[in-house]
Design a protein around this ligand. Structure first.
Ligand SMILES: *[C@@H]1O[C@H](CO)[C@@H](O)[C@H](O)[C@H]1NC(C)=O
Ligand SMILES: *[C@@H]1O[C@H](CO)[C@@H](O)[C@H](O)[C@H]1NC(C)=O
Ligand SMILES: *[C@@H]1O[C@H](CO)[C@@H](O)[C@H](O)[C@H]1NC(C)=O
Ligand SMILES: *[C@@H]1O[C@H](CO)[C@@H](O)[C@H](O)[C@H]1NC(C)=O
Ligand SMILES: *[C@@H]1O[C@H](CO)[C@@H](O)[C@H](O)[C@H]1NC(C)=O
Ligand SMILES: *[C@@H]1O[C@H](CO)[C@@H](O)[C@H](O)[C@H]1NC(C)=O
Ligand SMILES: *[C@@H]1O[C@H](CO)[C@@H](O)[C@H](O)[C@H]1NC(C)=O
Ligand SMILES: *[C@@H]1O[C@H](CO)[C@@H](O)[C@H](O)[C@H]1NC(C)=O
Ligand SMILES: *[C@@H]1O[C@H](CO)[C@@H](O)[C@H](O)[C@H]1NC(C)=O
Length: 584
């Protein structure tokens, strides 16, 4: 997940600029590009990296997937494509570790229940509550599917009863930001519904009407979110107002505009209303037919104009404000193979291929370490990477298994290892939000030349291959690296990935845990994280604890061949081949 990071607005050090590419202070905030001052002419001059992906251009769509008899989940669970390593029965996971993660969920939930029940999020230092996501109880909706998977049945029953009472048609907390509302609320509802209807988790203790309300509530919410697609280009605007269909912004970031396919395809199939799919395919069209063309095929910039559909900059990559747009292109193809999703898959392959050729680089003096750079507004390599990009390891590994292109697995492993380097070299064992390095050829920092003469930065980079700038040391419940190691473990069966996840869990447990719950850690390079901030994001429950838990559960639970995760770690059931409410 990621993109707008509004949740950080509660941190005093961060500027309150919704829609900014990044909301932490490090001097890297890109230009604010609007329809009137963009697009910018690309000027790319960096030498290509040595890595290439073999076989991408000759990729063909696999036609071996069997059509499913029905798109509606009803206890019949086809495995579309075998994704996971074939763990011998009884191997994989670790019940002791899984139990420790379950304890962490129970611990944090008890505090939410005591101090913040019904509010959006717990403030774990002041033991108070905040409604920062429209007052619909985001911790409940975002966190319920993790509780379902953990079989925390009493928590689930209480959460289900609450969800049935939420009024998603209105809020007294201002305009609704579409991206997070979609991935946290809509994704959470659909995932809980699919899991409980799958027949794989106990439902005996729950009220059937409360389970059915998950879907009816999803429809209420989606019908409101649908207003945001009412733009001339069809690209969703960043926000909608509950009372009107007004479009608030003329430009929107790419992740916000392009992170709908999975939820809305699923909703179309579950509800029988194909409009949900038509809306998001229309909104996706300008993004996958970008004008002007990106500097490298597939690597679209961070902003699109919602009126003209034009791409407004060349700041491509897998970082915040692009990330989950790319993520969903391969995932929706895994969800269902159609002509349209095949087109999305091919666009994703272009992006992956360009990434291997241009963005995947080795820092100066570290030929075995791989980072995935982001581009600046002009399409020039920055030699900086953010934590959000760390989902790429898992996404490439999934894409590798879905397409059968093994070179994608190599790149995915390299990227997952690169992110691990930023974890196991800090004092706490947790990674920072953002880091840079020196160019392998020039030993210079192209985006921040001041770093070239900064002795402390140089010293750290010489030892570890990267550096962290002041202000970027925060660990705010980021799931992305853990997510990639979870995929790496499930897909390769290699125990070292599970051990990375466990190390991260222990680091979280010893730095982010306090006398009440868990909180944001302010400095990954200070003993015990330095200090904590007064926030516990709902994605700690939705993403962090779910990916860790599933690493240690039996690998057959939420099998990657049967489920596909949205960017907030909400799994929905894949639909094999052609099927559903229509076929186009
Ligand atoms: C689920 O769908 C399959 C395929 O249509 C059908 O054969 C089966 O009877 C259904 N199961 C239930 C419990 O409705
Ligand atoms: C399971 O995890 C525990 C705790 O980390 C560890 O002591 C144990 O060796 C692990 N078991 C296996 C079979 O790896
Ligand atoms: C889930 O928990 C209930 C009790 O809360 C128990 O009866 C049931 O066996 C558990 N199921 C699994 C699969 O652990
Ligand atoms: C299908 O969804 C669209 C989009 O929200 C809505 O406008 C339409 O009324 C729905 N159709 C039905 C039959 O419910
Ligand atoms: C959006 O574009 C329209 C048409 O070009 C213009 O009239 C309007 O002022 C713009 N709104 C904003 C918020 O920039
Ligand atoms: C991009 O290019 C324009 C025009 O050459 C220049 O003014 C601007 O500073 C460049 N931006 C970056 C981030 O390099
Ligand atoms: C970090 O983990 C890597 C394996 O990915 C290992 O080679 C390295 O020694 C570890 N570094 C530290 C400082 O523990
Ligand atoms: C997590 O922290 C708590 C509180 O310090 C401790 O009781 C528990 O054993 C820790 N869990 C693990 C797996 O170390
Ligand atoms: C899908 O693509 C195939 C091959 O290009 C074509 O024959 C078919 O008509 C397309 N189906 C739809 C529904 O457009």
């Amino acid at each position: 997940m990621s993109v707008i990071v509004v949740a950080f607005l509660s941190l005093a050090v961060l500027p309150a600029s919704i829609g900014a590419t990044r909301t932490f202070t490090s001097g890297h905030n890109p230009l604010s590009v609007t329809a009137t001052n963009g697009p910018i002419v690309p000027s790319y001059s960096h030498a290509a990296a040595t890595t290439t992906l073999s076989g991408v251009t000759s990729a063909t769509v696999s036609s071996s997937v069997a059509p499913s008899a029905t798109a509606i989940s009803n206890g019949t669970l086809p495995t579309c494509k075998s994704i996971q390593y074939a763990f011998p029965a009884g191997t994989g996971g670790n019940a002791t570790r899984a139990a420790a993660v379950k304890e962490a969920y129970q611990y944090a939930w008890d505090a939410y229940n005591e101090y913040a029940w019904g509010y959006d999020e717990l403030q774990p230092l002041s033991k108070t509550a905040t409604n920062d996501w429209y007052g619909w109880g985001v911790t409940i909706v975002d966190g319920i599917d993790t509780a379902i998977i953990m079989n925390l049945t009493q928590i689930v029953a209480k959460e289900l009863a609450y969800i049935a009472t939420i009024d998603f048609s209105t809020t007294s907390y201002g305009d609704v930001e579409v991206f997070d509302t979609n991935i946290r609320y809509l994704g959470g509802l659909l995932s809980a519904y699919d899991l409980l209807k799958s027949g794989q988790f106990p439902t005996a203790g729950y009220i059937q009407a409360d389970i059915d309300a998950l879907l009816s509530q999803a429809i209420v919410l989606a019908n409101k979110l649908a207003y945001s697609f009412n733009t001339p280009s069809g690209i969703a605007s960043g926000t909608y107002t509950v009372s009107a269909t007004g479009v608030t912004y003329n430009s929107t970031n790419t992740a916000s505009a392009g992170t709908f396919l999975l939820e809305w395809y699923r909703l179309a199939d579950l509800s029988g209303n194909a409009s949900y799919r038509h809306i998001v395919d229309r909104g996706e069209a300008p993004l996958v037919n970008p004008s002007p063309s990106p500097v490298f095929p597939g690597l679209v910039g961070t902003q699109f104009d919602t009126t003209s559909g034009e791409m407004l900059n060349f700041a491509g990559g897998w970082h915040s404000t692009v990330d989950s747009f790319l993520e969903y292109l391969i995932k929706v193809y895994h969800y269902k193979v159609t002509n349209t999703t095949t087109f999305y898959k091919d666009f994703w392959l272009e992006a992956a291929s360009s990434t291997a050729s241009y963005l995947a680089v080795h820092p100066y003096g570290f030929p075995d370490l791989t980072f995935i750079s982001e581009l600046d507004d002009n399409g020039t390599l920055t030699d900086f990477m953010d934590d959000y990009s760390c989902f790429i390891g898992g996404n490439l590994l999934l894409g590798c298994k879905v397409t059968g292109l093994d070179s994608l697995c190599d790149l995915g492993i390299a990227a997952a290892d690169g992110c691990h380097q930023t974890y196991n070299t800090t004092l706490t064992g947790l990674g920072p939000i953002y880091w840079g390095w020196y160019d392998s050829a020039t030993n210079e920092q192209p985006a921040d030349p001041d770093r070239d003469v900064d002795a402390a930065t140089r010293a750290w980079a010489e030892e570890y291959g990267y550096f962290i700038e002041y202000g970027d040391e925060v660990y705010a419940s980021f799931p992305e690296s853990i997510e990639s190691w979870f995929y790496a473990y499930r897909i390769t069966g290699d125990q070292r990935w599970a051990d990375y996840v466990w190390d991260a869990f222990l680091a979280i447990n010893s730095t982010a845990r306090n006398d009440v719950a868990f909180a944001t850690v302010n400095n990954v390079n200070m003993p015990f994280g330095g200090s904590q901030s007064n926030s516990l994001d709902s994605f700690f429950f939705a993403e962090v604890l779910k990916y860790i838990y599933l690493t240690f559960e039996d690998p057959s639970v939420v099998d990657l061949g049967q489920y596909v995760f949205n960017t907030e770690s909400h799994p929905v059931l894949v639909q094999c081949g052609i099927g559903g409410v229509d076929n186009y």
